[in-house]
Structures are given as C-alpha cells and as structure tokens.
Design a protein around this ligand. Structure first.
Ligand SMILES: [Fe+2]
Length: 270
C-alpha cells in the first residue's frame, strides 16, 4: 500500500498578492500531475490541511477543480487556514466528511486503519482537539486488536524548535500523546502545518510533519526564529506499507529529475 501525503497547499485566488508571491494553485496542479504520472503511484492521497490560504469560498472552488484531477481517491483534512463549513460545502461528493460537527473520519478497507482528526479552531492559528474528539480517537484505536493505526492531523503533537511555529501549536498535545501512548497499534502520526519534514518520537510513536507543495517555512531554530518562508522546492511524502517493512516514509520533490546512471544502461548522456 502506498499513501501520498501532500500538505499546506494554501490555494489563493489569482489576484491575491499571496498568489503572485507563491503561485500555490499552479504548484498544486504540478503536484497532481507528478503524483498521477509517478512510477510510485499511490493508492490514496491525503491533503493534511491548510488547503486554502484565507478561508474564502472562491479558494475552495479552485481547490475543488484541481483536486478533481487526481486519478486516485483523495482525502481532505482542515488546517488552521481553513473554514470547515466552507470546506464541507465545497466537497459534498467527499462523503467521508461528516455532515455536521468536527471533521473527523476513518478510512477503512486497507491493511492500515487511517484516522483523520480535525484540529481547526475557527479563526485561530493554534490547534485543539478537546475531550470529545480524544475520546472518539481512543474508541477508534481500541477497536483494532492488531491492525496498525495511522493518525492524521494538521497540527503536530510536539514542539519542533521552530519557536514561532510552536506558538501556533496543538494546545492539548499532551492529552493526545497520553492517548496514543496507551496503544502499541499506533504505527505513525502524520501532520502538516510546519511546511517542513520534521520527525519526533511522541507517546512511543514516530510523528512526521510534511513539507508544503507551495512554500516552506525557513529553518531557524530556537531563539533565532523570526517567522519567514523560503522558496525551497515543493515536496510531499510517500508512506510505503508492506508486511515485511512496516510503514516506511520517503520524501519526494514535485519534480522529475534526469536519470544519471542505471545498472542496465550505465551513465546517461546529457
Ligand atoms: Fe500552512
């Protein structure tokens, strides 16, 4: 099983100065083409939040048109830049999204159980789960005696050292970590929000954040962390599962590179 994780697509309307700076829609179109044509073609795709930039209905119209180009099932999670009501309204055909309440859901039918959580606090950059969502998460995890569980949520449940981003973190991360620490079946926690690939062990499980398809957050750690972005290349993650290897995560650029050498053909001439 192969899962592609794309994140922080931040779609904006073309006339927005954000679009002039980052070109997020064009970059997501490139990412869709890349994923569809990849030799490592995923079975399913997750977009782990900040789907749009300013929580406007027009942005979801653009997102919907681009997402429809994926040739495999796509699952959407909200981030802090999203509006859950507009998101639900824009994607009535995405019937895994609950029709009311928080946008939590389970994707079944695979060797892994995939649980998506909604960390959005309307209008705020931080994330929050709360008792009800954590109880629902625990109930869903505990249904699985042996099948591995992967949890997806926008805000990572750990402090990253990018202190300006940590100020916009998951408010009840300790409660989330308490829940996952009680279950050996939790194989991985997959997040967005940081616009970088970062890993940390939390509650006995590897937590992984995904780079953005649009722009990355500058790597400035500790006290020297003024919030800023950089035109580092668009990236995404491929999570490869089989019985022998377990879940292995690879990062890939949204770009085709020329082959330099192959065992069969030797050095490729330019
Ligand atoms: Fe973001």
């Amino acid at each position: 099983m192969l899962i592609a994780q794309l994140s922080d697509t931040h779609i904006a309307v073309p006339e927005d100065e954000f679009s002039e700076l980052y070109h997020p829609a064009e970059k997501l179109r490139n990412a869709v083409r890349h994923v569809n044509a990849s030799v490592n073609r995923p079975d399913i795709v997750f977009l782990t939040g900040d789907l749009v930039n300013s929580a406007k209905a027009e942005e979801y119209v653009i997102l919907k048109e681009i997402v429809a180009e994926f040739e495999m099932p796509v699952y959407l999670l909200p981030g802090n830049h999203d509006d859950c009501t507009l998101l639900r309204k824009a994607f009535p055909n995405h019937d895994y999204l609950p029709s009311s309440g928080t946008l939590n859901y389970v994707v079944d039918g695979w060797p892994l159980k995939l649980i998506a959580l909604d960390t959005n606090i309307h209008g705020k950059p931080q994330g929050h789960l709360g008792e009800a969502q954590l109880a629902w998460l625990e109930e869903e995890i505990s249904k699985e005696a042996a099948r591995p569980v992967v949890i997806l949520l926008h805000h990572p449940p750990f402090k990253t050292g990018l202190t300006s981003m940590d100020a916009m973190g998951l408010l009840d991360m300790d409660d989330f970590v308490d829940v996952i620490s009680r279950y050996d079946t939790v194989e991985r926690v997959l997040c967005g929000h940081l616009h970088r690939a970062i890993q940390k062990l939390a509650g006995g499980t590897l937590v992984q954040t995904c780079p953005s398809t649009s722009h990355q957050v500058r790597l400035l750690l500790g006290d020297n962390n003024e919030l800023g972005t950089a035109f580092e290349p668009p990236e995404y993650l491929l999570h490869y599962w089989n019985e022998d290897s377990g879940l292995v995560t690879h990062s890939d650029y949204v770009k085709e590179y020329d082959v330099a050498w192959t065992l069969k053909d030797g050095v490729k001439k330019a």
